[in-house]
Design a protein around this ligand. Structure first.
Ligand SMILES: Cc1ncc(COP(=O)(O)O)c(C=O)c1O
Length: 383
């Protein structure tokens, strides 16, 4: 038995994911946190830090966290940064928002993928920028990628930033070097900034696929990119609130840092401990989790694609399955699956109502139960 098969009761723990369906027999498979206990190394370090019992202000970032991020990026992605480029953030959604504020002025256009993690859609508007969606395109090998031809046609002198997501949530795409080079070339031609949300980069499920930070392509890409990362999704520590931006261009970094200081609270000291230990000592646990998630993904894909009129697309990364349910003709997909006892995220949140997104970062037995419920509900409407 794997450690990820352990039954953990998350009810009565103020879990956003589980409390949504409090008192109802609905398996929560929506918001993107996992049901797994984090790595024991992290728990131990947090316990030790708590036992010290003094929780005054800490360095922002701590030397330990800077060192951990620096080494992590070099060893995992062959990306040599300078530790001064690291800017700690209490949340990556706030990081996306601050990034949009780095464009010249209100009214500037910010391009986003049309199908995307929902905050991308309202963040530019919240800070007075105009949101321009560019569609995703399905390639022959069933990978969803940003439609670069459409991007080339849409980008204009008013476009000051592309908000990019790699690996992509919800389609799970890991962009190739060629694709990233194409994106960079378009942005360079139009002298446009890139904000690259790479929060899911340590969750690559496909063997042989590799995450490439777009800022690591070359000096020009680095100079026009704000990269956002965190240990939060991979190590299930999102509730602690910590992510970071990497900004190599000095002027852009100074501007970003000033805005952080003006608008953000200090980083929680426990979150910094968790991130340091995750990157320094969590690798064996991470790989074990990848193995477990890969098996969950393969199981889910087999089962869903054996159900008439449902189609799960291959998923290279993340623990979020992107499933086409359009042929079921459901109307309100969320209500249908909730009535079946499975709490999914409707695709309309992400910009495509033909789909649902299902979080499979849970113990296998629970996933099997969810699949059985889906199978039964669909069988009752497909004759
Ligand atoms: C692409 C992406 N960015 C950002 C976030 C949220 O980051 P945070 O909790 O640090 O604000 C998520 C959470 O699901 C996400 O999928």
């Amino acid at each position: 038995m794997s450690r990820f098969d352990k039954i953990i009761d998350r009810t009565h723990t103020d879990s956003e994911k589980w409390d949504k369906y409090k008192g109802r027999d609905i398996i929560p498979m929506w918001v993107a946190d996992s049901d797994f206990e984090t790595a024991p190394e992290i728990v131990e370090a947090l316990q030790k830090r708590v036992a010290h019992a003094v929780f005054g202000y800490s360095a922002q970032p701590t030397e330990g966290v800077k060192e951990a991020i620096f080494d992590h990026l070099r060893s995992q992605y062959d990306w040599q940064i300078d530790s001064d480029w690291i800017i700690p953030l209490p949340s990556l959604v706030r990081g996306l928002s601050l990034s949009c504020e780095m464009t010249e002025q209100e009214g500037d256009q910010v391009i986003i993928p049309a199908t995307i993690y929902p905050p991308f859609k309202f963040i530019p508007g919240n800070v007075g920028r105009e949101t321009i969606p560019v569609p995703m395109k399905l390639l022959a090998d069933e990978r969803w990628v940003l439609d670069f031809d459409a991007l080339q046609k849409t980008i204009s002198p008013q476009t000051q930033m592309v908000l990019f997501c790699n690996p992509h949530n919800p389609a799970g795409t890991v962009y190739t070097r060629d694709e990233l080079e194409r994106l960079h070339a378009i942005c360079k031609e139009h002298d446009c900034l890139i904000c690259s949300d790479e929060i899911h980069c340590d969750l690559i499920l496909d063997e042989g696929k590799k995450h490439i930070p777009i800022a690591s392509l070359n000096e020009d890409a680095a100079s026009r990119t704000i990269t956002l990362m965190a240990a939060s999704k991979t190590f299930n520590v999102a509730g602690l609130g910590f992510g970071f931006a990497i900004v190599s261009d000095e002027a852009l970094r100074d501007k970003f840092k000033k805005r952080v200081r003006k608008t953000m609270p200090d980083i929680n000291i426990l979150a910094q401990v968790a991130t340091e230990v995750a990157f320094k000592h969590g690798e064996a646990w991470r790989l074990e989790q990848i193995e477990y998630l890969r098996e969950n993904r393969d199981y889910l894909m087999r089962e869903i694609n054996a159900i008439d009129d449902m189609k799960m697309y291959p998923l290279e990364a993340t623990f979020l399955a992107w499933i086409d349910v359009s042929r079921l003709g459901l109307g309100d997909a969320q209500s249908f699956f909730e009535a079946a006892g499975v709490g999914i995220s409707p695709g309309s949140y992400f910009g495509d109502e033909n789909f649902i997104r299902l979080n499979f970062a849970c113990r296998r037995a629970l996933l099997e139960e969810a699949v059985a419920r889906i199978r039964k509900a669909v069988a009752s409407i497909v004759q």
